[in-house]
Design a protein around this ligand. Structure first.
Ligand SMILES: C[S@@+](CC[C@H](N)C(=O)[O-])C[C@H]1O[C@@H](n2cnc3c(N)ncnc32)[C@H](O)[C@@H]1O
Length: 277
């Protein structure tokens, strides 16, 4: 894919539920919950890898003002340009130092390697073919005793109620698309193991909730986000041979009908693991 980092391959186009959902107040339910879990002190030197559009990197960086610092690495030139553009639009150019580069070959200066207080990667490992190698490089970027936080999906955790068979079928196809392209759709459940194998001591795991129901103010955003995830993966699902256009259309139509039911509810949880080097 033009402008994309090598290791992520074509699957960089698949996105995780909630990853890009934003409220007009400047942060999604998921972002706020993740920030709470991060418990930033405000003085840390932070490295964020796979920063995407940079919005969450900037949300972290706001909590580091004026004493901390955040370097954000993104593999895709297009996304990097978008991240810089969003920062400019919000008059936050200096808040985050955005760099193009790809884990495991992180674009760090010699005096930055092994010096970060916190290395963070959210929704990165599900997009790489070698999560062990990437995790090892993240761990190596932190100083001895530093924190490494991995946050990622286990796509089996999604539950919609009442059941929506066409959406469930489409979700399974979406999961298989990761698998067909050599990426682990269940990497979330492996995060503590990846930390351990990379030489860090896993110290905390949790699940960050992402849930809503038809009566919630954020319901339209949640449903749109899920529809965007599934619709956005259409070409990849077709190319992987796991869904047809009819299959995708049926799933999206049923999702739309289901979302109008007053008792409709969606439950998801994001896997979080952190360790010390
Ligand atoms: C789903 S986005 C996550 C964005 C952000 N971390 C967040 O939580 O909102 C994943 C990003 O990781 C980037 N990426 C994938 N593989 C990468 C790699 N090996 N090195 C650096 N970035 C990578 C993709 O280009 C994409 O922008």
């Amino acid at each position: 894919m033009a402008g994309q980092a090598g290791p992520q391959g074509a699957l960089g186009a698949l996105r995780a539920p909630g990853a890009q959902m934003r409220s007009s107040s400047g942060g999604s339910q998921l972002d706020l919950a993740c920030l709470e879990q991060l418990r930033l002190q405000g003085t840390e030197q932070v490295l964020d890898v796979g920063a995407g559009d940079g919005r969450f990197a900037r949300a972290m960086a706001r909590q580091l003002q004026p004493d901390g610092r955040l370097v954000a690495v993104e593999g895709s030139l297009d996304r990097l340009a978008a991240a810089r553009g969003h920062a400019r639009e919000d008059a936050e150019q200096g808040l985050v130092e955005f760099r193009q580069g790809s884990a495991p070959d992180l674009p760090l200066e010699d005096d930055e390697r092994g010096e970060f207080d916190l290395v963070h990667a959210r929704f990165l490992l599900e997009h790489v073919r070698d999560p062990s190698g990437v995790t090892a490089s993240l761990i190596a970027a932190a100083h001895p005793g530093g924190r490494v936080v991995l946050v990622d999906d286990d796509h089996e955790r999604l539950a919609l109620w009442p059941e929506v068979p066409a959406v469930s079928a489409l979700w399974r196809a979406y999961i298989r698309t990761h698998d067909r392209l050599g990426h682990d759709p269940f990497v979330g459940r492996r995060l503590a193991q990846l930390l351990h194998e990379g030489g860090a001591l896993p110290t905390r795991v949790t699940v960050v909730p992402w849930a809503s129901c038809a009566g919630c103010a954020d319901w339209p955003d949640m449903v749109n986000d899920l529809a965007g995830v599934l619709g956005g993966a259409r070409a990849l699902m077709l190319a992987a041979g796991v869904a047809s256009d009819t299959h995708v259309d049926a799933g999206l139509d049923e999702l739309d009908r289901w979302s109008r039911r007053p008792e409709a509810s969606l439950w998801y949880g994001l896997c979080w693991a952190e360790g010390r080097t």
